[in-house]
Design a protein around this ligand. Structure first.
Ligand SMILES: [Zn+2]
Ligand SMILES: [Zn+2]
Length: 356
């Protein structure tokens, strides 16, 4: 930062400068369901890096899995990978003062996977909200006043029209759904099946409609989730296990063996099943290869996303995505200091907003 003589600063500038030198603090996950509020030194930014002053985070279900012990994670660490904030300091391309969201992956841009457009699978990938609080990337998560973004994290500006809570969901849930839609191909006029109505499933219903799907059938065991899908515009909502056929695109988000089987089994001629829910080891699912061959059917998988999917997520949220039932999707806001309580007793809704 350039040093200015105090006499040249107005009061407002001085106040702004005061904020820009504030010491970051974060909720550090220390194992089990324990969090501890700790302060951190402001990071020295390397070329391409930036420091974002967070205005909100949203709690992704995978953090709940980490805290409940169902997903391994670096510990101690600052969790949280959905967030929105203002660029406070930067040695990158996005100017100070810009309101932004950011990708969940930090990638090298040079390995074979990065070069062929699969940067989500970068061979040296590091992830937002997944790094040790004792590593050189201590401020990696969004349950904090600030997040430190390495050069390999995609940063996308956010229009003023998007509320913080809505914008924050772009960085994991919405961008992943954009990647699924791309893997599914053209949805125009198609019959789409969405299995599993959590945050991603609900976004998938809205995204399929926005891309011109003729029908969107949504399945979930919970009546309140089916109700949300209805309000997001689903043509029909069903209980899992309901027999379906002639589906052009099936989007699987439950991760359940039965859900995977029903997505694959529902496909019509030329149909594609995109699996994204199966992120923990589970039972294998058998397929009938003749059904794949004679029916020109496709099964594919998606995990995380590419930078252009994050940009598409912001565009979707600012356009058709605005019509989703956000008042029921979002819970909170809760203060950062209440995070332990939030993980013990989740707020109602699919995503809880956390504000520093
Ligand atoms: Zn997530
Ligand atoms: Zn790479």
């Amino acid at each position: 930062m350039t040093v200015q003589a105090h006499s040249t600063m107005t009061d407002a500038e001085a106040a702004g400068r005061g904020r820009a030198t504030a010491q970051p603090f974060a909720q550090v996950w220390t194992g089990g369901s324990e969090f501890e509020l700790r302060t951190f030194d402001r990071p020295q930014l390397a070329p391409g890096e930036s420091l974002i002053r967070l205005t909100a985070a949203t709690v992704c279900g995978s953090d709940r899995h980490t805290v409940s012990g169902r997903r391994p994670g670096a510990c101690p660490s600052v969790l949280g990978h959905e967030g929105v904030g203002i660029v406070e300091e930067t040695r990158g391309d996005v100017p100070v003062g810009t309101r932004v969201v950011f990708s969940v992956t930090s990638v090298c841009g040079e390995c074979r996977n990065c070069r062929r457009g699969l940067s989500a699978k970068c061979t040296s990938v590091r992830k937002v909200g997944h790094e040790s609080a004792e590593s050189e990337w201590a401020l990696s998560g969004t349950y904090a006043t600030h997040i430190h973004l390495p050069a390999g994290v995609a940063v996308v500006p956010v229009p003023d029209s998007l509320p913080d809570g809505v914008a924050a969901t772009a960085g994991c849930a919405v961008a992943t759904v954009m990647a699924m839609c791309e893997a599914a191909g053209d949805l125009q006029g198609h019959r789409v099946f969405v299995n599993g109505i959590g945050m991603l499933g609900l976004i998938a219903v809205g995204a399929a409609l926005a891309r011109g799907a003729a029908e969107v059938i949504a399945a979930d065991p919970h009546a309140d989730r089916r109700d949300l899908a209805d309000r997001a515009g689903a043509t029909e909502t069903i209980e899992p296990g309901t027999e379906l056929s002639d589906i052009d695109v099936a989007l699987e988000l439950s991760g359940a063996e039965a859900g995977v089987r029903s997505c694959i089994g529902s496909l019509g001629i030329g149909g594609t099943a995109v699996l994204a829910g199966s992120v923990t080891p589970g039972p294998t699912v058998s397929i009938d290869p003749e059904q794949m061959v004679r029916g020109w059917r496709t099964i594919t998988g998606v995990h995380n996303f590419e930078p252009h999917h994050l940009a598409e997520a912001v565009e979707f949220l600012a356009a058709d995505g605005a019509a989703l039932p956000w008042e029921d999707i979002l819970g909170g806001p809760i203060p950062l200091t209440d995070l332990t309580q939030e993980f013990a007793h989740p707020t109602r809704g699919l995503r809880t907003i956390v504000t520093p």
